[in-house]
Every structure is written in C-alpha cells, then in structure tokens.
Design a protein around this ligand. Sequence first.
Ligand SMILES: Nc1ncnc2c1ncn2[C@@H]1O[C@H](COP(=O)(O)OP(=O)(O)OP(=O)(O)O)[C@@H](O)[C@H]1O
Ligand SMILES: O=P(O)(O)OC[C@H]1O[C@H](OP(=O)(O)OP(=O)(O)O)[C@H](O)[C@@H]1O
Length: 569
Amino acid sequence: MNAVTPSGFRDVLAEEALARETVVRAVQDLFAAHGYVPIETPTLEVMDVMRAGGRMPASPFKFFDSHDDLLAMRPDVTLQIARMCATRLAAEEGPFRFRYTQRVFRETEADNQVQARELTQCGVECIGVAGADVDAEIVKLFAEALSLAGVGSFVLSLATVGVLRALLERSGAAGPWREAVLEAYHDSDFVALDRLCDAAAGRPAAGELPDAECAAPAYVEAVRNLARIRGGRDAIDAVRALVAPLGCTADLDAFQGTYDRLVEAGLGDRLLVDFSVISSFNYYTGIVFEAVSPYLGAPLGSGGRYDRMIGTYGADRPAAGFAFGLEQVASAAAAEATGPARGERPLRIAVPKGSLAAEAIACLEEAGLDVTGLSSPGRSLVISNPGVDYIIVRPSDAPVFVALGAADCGICGKDSLLEVGADVVELADLRFGGCRFVVAESAGTTDAIEERYRKLGSMRIATKYPSITRAHFAKTGTQVEIVYLHGNVELAPMVGLAERIVDITATGTTLAENNLDIVEEVLASTARFFANGCALRTDDRIVDLARKLADAALQHDYAPIPGATNPVR
Ligand SMILES: Nc1ncnc2c1ncn2[C@@H]1O[C@H](COP(=O)(O)OP(=O)(O)OP(=O)(O)O)[C@@H](O)[C@H]1O
Ligand SMILES: O=P(O)(O)OC[C@H]1O[C@H](OP(=O)(O)OP(=O)(O)O)[C@H](O)[C@@H]1O
C-alpha cells in the first residue's frame, strides 16, 4: 500500500502547526477585541442550500448520504453564516459580529492539481449594519489581521459593484448583453469586454456577440472604461467624472466615504482603487476588496458587502465580511523573508516558442522591451535582459506559468487560454496567430458518420484540445467520446481511430492534403497578452506593457483568419 494523503491534502507538522496556532490566536484575539464572537458551522451542507446563496466560490466536494441527499463539503463559510442568520437567528435583532477559523474544501478540475484542496480560512462577518463606518471597520480589521499574521507588504485592491450595476441598469441594454458584460468583469477578460462594447457601439467586433439592442453609447463607453480605472483617491475622482453625468454615483458616494475613513486610519499607502477587481455579482452588492502581496501569485484573501445573500434564506439583513487563507499568508510572509518584491525584480514574461514566437518577439520589441537574444536562445530557457526575464515556454504551458505566479504575464493563443482554463487576466488581443478550430472528417464520409451516430448514439472525436472539444459538443448537444492525441490529429479519421477531429486550421493546407472536409467551425483564435491577477495589481509595468502591446498590435495589418465566420472568443 502506498500510504499517501489525497492530492491537495496534507499533514501539518509541529513546527508549522505551532506557527499557525500563534497566528490564529493573535488574529482571533484581534477580532475578539473588536467585539466579534466565535461561531462554528458544519463541515457539510445540503448542496441546494449552498447553491441558493449565489455563485459558489469554487466547486465543492459533493456526495450522496444514505438519505439520498446531495451534500457539499463547505467551500466557503460566508454562505453558511448567511444561512445560519436567516434560520437559527431569525428571531434575534442583531447586529451580529462573528469570527471564525475554519477549514474549507475545494475540488479542483484542472489538470494541474497543485493547489491545496483543504484550506484554513480566518474571517469575520458583520451582520445587520450597513454604511461607510462599518465597511471601513471591516477593511481596517482585514489590514490589521494581515499585519499581525506577519505579512509586511500587501495591497488592498478595492472597488464597489454598485457603480457597474447602476450603469448597466440605466444603459437600456438588453439582458443577455448585460449578463455577458458581468461575465467579462467576473473573468477579468478585458478583451471580451472591449468586444462587447465595440459591438454595442455599432463598431465592427469579431465574434457572435449578444445584441445590446438600445444601449445608450455613453453608458457603453463608461462600462468599458470603468474596468481600467485604478489608482488612489484620483481613481475615485476619475470614476465620478465618468459616471456623474450618467446619474450613477449613488454607490460611489458611500465608497468614497469608506475610502476616506481608511486613509484617515493611515491605510492610504495600502489601497489601490481598481474596478477590475469586481466579481461575483450575485453575491456582492457594495464594496469588494482583495488583498494581494507583491511576493505571491495568489490572493491572500478577499471580502465585501453582500446585502442580499441572507435574504435568499429568509429575511434580508445587510452584511459584510472577509476571509483570508492561513496558507497564503504564511507563504507570503516566508517569501518576504527571502526574495525581492515583484516591482523590484525583472518583469517575468512567458514567451511562446514555436509558430507564435517571431511575432510575439516583434510585438515585445515594438512595445519598447529589449529582446536581445530572444530570437535565437539556443537551448537557454530563460533570457535575462535589463528589467526583464523572458521565460521560454510551449504556448499551451504559458497560462499555467502565469496562473501559478511563475511568470508575471505572458503571450499565447486564445485557444491555449480556453483549453487550460487558467485563472489569468486577459489584457490585450495581439491580433497575430490567427487560426480557427474546426470539426473535420474524411471527404465523403458524412452520411456514414451520421448513420453510425444514429445507431450508436455517440461519435469518436480525436483532438489535441479536449476541453474546447467537450465544451463545443456540450453546446451542440452531440454525444462524443474524445480520443486525446498530442499531434498529427488529421491521421485519426484516415486510419479509423476516430470519425471526426477537432483541430486548428490556418491556411487549410493540412486538411486539403489529407482529404479532410470541414464540418463546422468551433471558434477562431488570435494571440493574447495576459497576466497574473496579483501581479497586475502590484506591478504597474504590466498595465503599461499591455497598453503598448495593444497599440503595437493595431499598427499591423494582420491578414484575416482564412475562412473564419465564427467567434474570435
Ligand atoms: N496553423 C496553425 N497551427 C497551429 N497553431 C497555430 C496555427 N496558426 C496559429 N496557431 C497558434 O499557434 C499556437 C501553437 O503554436 P505551435 O504550433 O508553435 O505550438 P504547438 O507545438 O502546437 O503547441 P504546444 O507545444 O503548446 O502543444 C496555437 O495555440 C495557435 O494559437
Ligand atoms: O491549416 P494549416 O496551415 O495547414 O495548419 C494546420 C496544421 O497546423 C497545426 O499543426 P502543427 O504544425 O502545430 O503540428 P501538430 O499536428 O503536431 O499539432 C494543426 O494541428 C494542423 O495540423
């Protein structure tokens, strides 16, 4: 027997456990001194009850018990506290101030299962009070707790969801367009956001996009620009200038009140107003914030106001809170002791080798970076030039390097981003590397394949891109079995390994030379510049580079993707 722990679960030995105990004690004492009382919630919840509270923060472990109830191991404590307040505490007036240190459990579907699946969260929830005073109390407590936990340098990115919500509500735009905008904000996908806004403004935009119908142009431009506003107090002024003429400042006034209180409390240097931090709309209703460290590629913790969540379980009560991960905080504290912070070391850029390399390097050079040695690196995998380290990767690995913080930002095709599904911020469409994904089959075999599908109810598809393929056929409602190959996918229908393939085509030569016909288009793709979210919020060079790369890309007249009719996603 191999006596291992499940992937993502581990023992904590005495030295580390003692350090964690010290942090937890100090932080819980701090919370207690501010009037927060301890609570505990069950490890398991009924799945439907968890779901009712809104978008869950991660996919939970779930199983059926002997009563045939579908249960979830808690992926988050806030939803449980909302449920508890609406039920057990329904008759009590409040307000309540709760604190906790609890384990949460998160299943991961990614291939790269390096993330812990059991995490320890320290947090507070303040229920029954609203307003700038209590929002400031919570953010201050978050900052004090992080300092007590040994994190010397952290940035609190903050925004409020009310401004975007008001813009969308007053814009007159159709529901599907508004939903798509919220999704783009949620995914931190600036490229998708630009496309949606271009389409709504009547400008040509690639892809099949939801119709914004009668959206007022000024609101559309405000929705586009809001995501890019960041800074200190000046950023709040910039948001005000953007949304005041549109009558959408109500929530901003409260946010500004909170911000000013935090500055008075001496936190000004820690704050970054950043409206791209907005996420989880059916969860948060006012201020949202995230703590990041310039030493770590994953957020330390986050929080916000969620005034409508308790109402999904019973009577509404205003509420706000935060939680941070003990493990992330320990990693950040340890990293601070050993290395330079992100802004003080060279910017790490993941650069794709292979067919995207030449144009990626040209773009970086046009953006003003020193690319000496990058075109002919020999067997070197890292090229270091003044202020920048280029990490040479396979294109499909670039999102992994960036998502896990091994690179700050990178370049690869949209196809690789979709296939890996990594949590990165998509900043610019670089417009080169145009190609499309198609379903193809050997010429003249359509009838036989369809007949076989009618008999068997499923079809074999060979591909290098199983996630994109699965998502496509789930959408079209075709049942498929996927044969995963590493290359020369076109061989599969020729030798009877699969009936059809999903593969990239650019010039169409490979399909033609192997007597394959296109059945349908899946999506079109171009190269993207993207970043690690924490890097983006702690290193101004990335925003600057994104802008320069986007400008450089617009100077080129890249040929349209041959034959593409469908979404560049
Ligand atoms: N005709 C094409 N064939 C393959 N990729 C193309 C083509 N045109 C553009 N691309 C883009 O280039 C990327 C792949 O580059 P390349 O062929 O160098 O790597 P690969 O060896 O297929 O990928 P990996 O090594 O990551 O598996 C694709 O992800 C896509 O975005
Ligand atoms: O339409 P075309 O211009 O002919 O390009 C399409 C070919 O390019 C890609 O292969 P790649 O060279 O990346 O090799 P692979 O088959 O090993 O993936 C793709 O998988 C096709 O085979």
